[in-house]
Write a protein that binds this ligand. Structure first.
Ligand code: HEM
Length: 531
């Protein structure tokens, strides 16, 4: 009897399973079709769609594989606005001549682009929430960090000497090292020394977390973007990448809580006794000052994660490219060493003024950044230093329109649309003589001309130099980043000789969409300085 019943029910069960599976598949398909209506903007040419590339998914994959070529080829044929499907959704690309019009226009904001492209409302993605949601974080960098740059530079100088002593033993033998990882460790440690108080700034778990969180954060955002929009509010709970960053935020909270509790207590006691609370020189103080009466409610853990996200990888990649360029153009090394020797001797503290006098170094760094620009979200160099070929364009100026905007040429940017301006100007011969040639003296020479002294510094932004953005939202951390890199270079160049491993040459860059990043396995060699 039992066998009879199961004989009758089993096929029924299978049929029910089949019907259920079909319903689920149809629903997913419908949702997917729906999400394909990730609608594009009317009246703007759409680039990248063809017979093989029709759905949103295929278009996003095309962005991953060919973003640079899509942007560059289109702009070289028609210097007009167009749209394509980026991994973040439809994106309007504006040619460089729109920079002046867009850069200070409050109707198109950088914060909104962080919110849209980096899911700042989802748990785990809190690392960009401070910059996306209000002005406190950005003000803490713009005012707090910048005003403390003198004190901070001296701290960095002491820290760097300690880092190198442990990281690179001084020997007469050439030693190989993966410089991308070293640069990340150096910049993470220097940054932590300034952003976090003792003992957290030297806590290895915190340092590893800040480096890891950035990589995992961008990976999680990338993976989530590839899912249809309507599924994201649900799927983000289950993806391994998003679970990982949620876990990292929890670890950051655990690590920071003792210091936060100590500061809350000190603030309360100071208020009761009618005194001003004692303030340390660190990012916790700058955020508390910027938050004013809301200082008690501010989320300092997210703020610290935002400091790491904004500061570590951007600065470390810039540093990697500068060092590679120095090894590739070794004729600049004695000139820069001479310049260093004129203002500093080993063992002394490096000050803001000493660094200001390193003008060949500054020019070399700006030239390196011109040819290897780095941005927060979408990175690509116009020239791949490995192949020497013109690669494509970088889009460091990302905005989202908060209302419909009519541009001067009649282009309509709909409310909610993402837009970006690529860095064509960095290699445009209208602005730079022989633009594809590396000339470490290029900006040094320009600064010698009357009236130009401050125009061509590493930290100066302009319509032609947008590696740090330009206008109201230009990167406020660039002065700090510049000093970090200079301090690291002074100590490295005075202590070590450098080269690429014989027979290997300059490490290549890895491409992904509009990103071009240093190969994490790329090697350099160092040994005790011989001359
Ligand atoms: C070489 C290193 C760096 C590069 C290449 C870089 C690049 C950029 C770029 C391209 C922007 C967007 C600007 C725009 O849209 O106009 C930006 C914004 C920003 N950066 Fe940086 N950055 C670097 C280092 C740092 C550091 C060290 C910090 C903080 C400690 C920082 C904090 C910020 C903040 C807060 C913003 C938002 C500004 C605003 O919305 O007004 N950056 N950065």
């Amino acid at each position: 009897m039992a066998t009879l019943i199961s004989d009758l029910v089993e096929p029924l069960g299978q049929a029910r399973g089949f019907v259920l599976a079909t319903v689920i598949l149809l629903t997913v398909f419908k949702i997917y079709r729906y999400s394909n209506s990730d609608s594009v903007y009317p009246d703007l040419p759409f680039v990248g769609r063809d017979e093989q590339t029709k759905t949103t998914w295929q278009l996003k994959l095309r962005w991953v594989k060919e973003a640079k070529h899509l942007i560059y080829d289109t702009l070289s044929k028609q210097n007009k606005p167009f749209q394509l499907m980026a991994s973040t959704g439809p994106l309007i690309i504006l040619p460089a001549h729109f920079m002046e019009e867009v850069r200070n226009d409050d109707r198109m904001t950088f914060a909104a682009s962080l919110k849209k492209d980096f899911f700042s409302a989802y748990p785990g993605f809190e690392g960009f929430r401070p910059a996306a949601e209000d002005h406190v974080f950005t003000s803490s960098v713009r005012i707090g960090l910048t005003q403390s740059i003198g004190k901070v530079t001296e701290l960095l100088s002491q820290e760097m000497a300690g880092i190198l002593r442990v990281m690179w033993p001084v020997t007469d033998e050439w030693i190989s090292t993966e410089f991308n990882q070293d640069a990340l460790n150096i910049i993470a440690r220097l940054s932590a020394r300034v952003f976090q108080p003792e003992p957290l700034c030297h806590n290895q778990e915190w340092l590893d977390l800040t480096v890891r969180y950035t990589v995992d954060f961008f990976t999680a955002a990338f993976v989530l973007r590839m899912w249809p929009k309507v599924l994201r509010p649900l799927i983000h709970w289950f993806l391994p990448q998003t679970r990982r960053i949620r876990n990292q935020v929890a670890i950051a909270t655990r690590l920071m809580e003792p210091e936060l509790a100590r500061r809350r207590k000190a603030r309360k006691e100071a208020i009761i006794s009618g005194k001003e609370p004692r303030s340390a020189v660190d990012a916790l103080t700058w955020m508390a000052t910027a938050a004013k009466e809301k200082a008690d409610e501010y989320n300092y853990v997210w703020g610290q994660l935002n400091y790491s996200l904004g500061a570590i990888h951007t600065t470390s990649m810039t540093f990697v490219y500068v060092l590679y360029d120095l090894i590739e153009h070794p004729e600049y090394i004695p000139l820069i060493r001479e310049e260093i020797a004129a203002v500093w001797k080993p063992g002394d503290i490096l000050t803001k003024n000493t660094l200001y006098n390193l003008k060949i170094m500054d020019s070399f760094m700006k030239e390196s950044q011109r040819l290897n620009p780095v941005t927060l979200s979408k990175m690509v160099s116009p020239i791949c230093p490995h192949s020497g070929k013109l690669n494509s364009e970088l889009v460091p100026l990302n905005r989202v329109a908060q209302q419909t905007v009519h541009l001067s040429d009649g282009t309509v940017i709909p409310k909610g649309a993402g837009l970006a301006i690529p860095v064509t100007a960095l290699t445009d011969e209208k602005y730079h003589q022989d633009p594809l040639k590396f000339d470490g003296h290029r900006f040094y020479n320009l600064r010698q001309q009357p009236g130009n002294e401050t125009k061509y510094q590493f930290v100066t932004t302009s319509n032609e130099h947008i590696s740090f953005g330009h206008g109201k939202h230009a990167c406020p951390g660039r002065f700090f980043a510049s000093n970090e890199i200079k301090i690291a270079l002074v100590q490295i160049l005075t202590t070590y000789d450098l080269r690429f491993p014989p027979g290997k040459g300059r490490p290549r860059c890895l491409e992904n969409g509009a990103s071009l990043v240093p190969d994490p396995r790329g090697l350099i060699q160092y040994r005790r300085r011989q001359a």
